[in-house]
Design a protein around this ligand. Structure first.
Ligand code: ADP
Ligand code: MG
Length: 265
């Protein structure tokens, strides 16, 4: 697969008055299309800074970043906004949902910016929510959803524009381990569908679900290793009071579930 993300000698220095912080130092990193990469490292090691650069939210102080075949530094503001909207999907630790908006409205939003016609917006938003197991929660607001369900709404919002890449910064940081596995199963399903995933975590149990793990320390790459990903065990198929239901009210088995014998660890 061709590279989709390519950083060449990227350095990021934050200046605050007289104080400078070198958040990234000479990072060269290539991620191929379809890869599922975990970024690990202690707090302050530069993970979020790296994600902000990959997500075109911030530029490097020096070095070059190519997204696909394009040098990101050559994009103007409108192109950057368009790339973020159409090519990249973002998932955050705190879900970043609008408190008063329904699940459907949250997922409609990126299509609103992109000028997708109204009828198509609603159809695609409902389909994306169904894909993440929330087909019967379209009208629920964040405070009417569990943490795992809120993160799945955020995932639906991230995939509704059919992005090439999903960037997730500690997406399971606010979730319990069981709910984390449901979310990781969804990431694995999206990865299986060919979407490139870059996921920041400080939990080795979460990183084990990616096929590649890049560890940062003090703004540098400490290690970059490939391994057989662990299959996320999902519990979505089990009957549970808050489990996802189909429109008929039956629990729904979800792809990504695998027998124990298939799992590797
Ligand atoms: P991580 O996500 O791994 O915890 P960050 O990328 O957030 O690390 O931060 C890396 C370093 O850069 C830290 O020392 C942090 O204090 C500093 N830093 C991050 N963002 C800023 C900013 N906007 N201004 C100044 N310093 C920053
Ligand atoms: Mg961070």
């Amino acid at each position: 697969m061709p590279p989709i993300i390519q950083l060449e000698h990227v350095t990021k220095i934050y200046r605050m008055g007289d104080v400078t912080v070198s958040a990234l130092l000479d990072i060269s990193l290539t991620i191929d299309e379809g890869e599922f990469v975990a970024i690990m490292g202690a707090s302050g090691s530069g993970k979020s800074t790296l994600m902000n650069i990959i997500g075109c939210l911030d530029g490097p102080t020096s070095g070059r970043y190519f997204l696909g075949r394009h040098a990101v530094s050559e994009f103007d503001r409108d192109t950057l906004a368009d790339v973020r909207n159409r090519k990249l999907g973002f998932v955050f630790q705190n879900f970043n949902l609008l408190p008063r908006a329904s699940a459907l409205e949250q997922v409609v939003l990126p299509m609103l910016y992109a000028g997708v016609p109204a009828a198509e917006r609603n159809r695609r938003a409902a389909a994306a929510l169904t894909r993440v197991g929330l087909g019967s929660r379209l009208e629920h607001r964040p405070n009417q959803l569990s943490g795992g369900q809120q993160q799945r709404v955020a995932l639906a919002r991230a995939i509704v524009m059919n992005p090439r890449v999903i960037l997730a910064d500690e997406p399971t940081g606010n979730l319990d381990s069981r709910t984390s596995m449901e979310v990781m199963a969804l990431f694995q399903e999206l990865s299986g569908a060919g979407i490139t995933i870059v996921l920041v975590t400080h939990e080795p149990d979460i990183a084990a679900h990616a096929a590649r793990c890049v560890v940062l320390r003090d703004g540098r790459i400490l290690s970059d290793t490939h391994s057989v990903p662990r299959r996320a065990q999902t519990f979505l198929a089990e009957p549970s009071p808050e489990g996802p239901k189909t429109q008929e009210g039956k629990t729904r088995p979800v792809a990504g579930r695998s027998p124990v014998s298939e799992r590797s660890s």
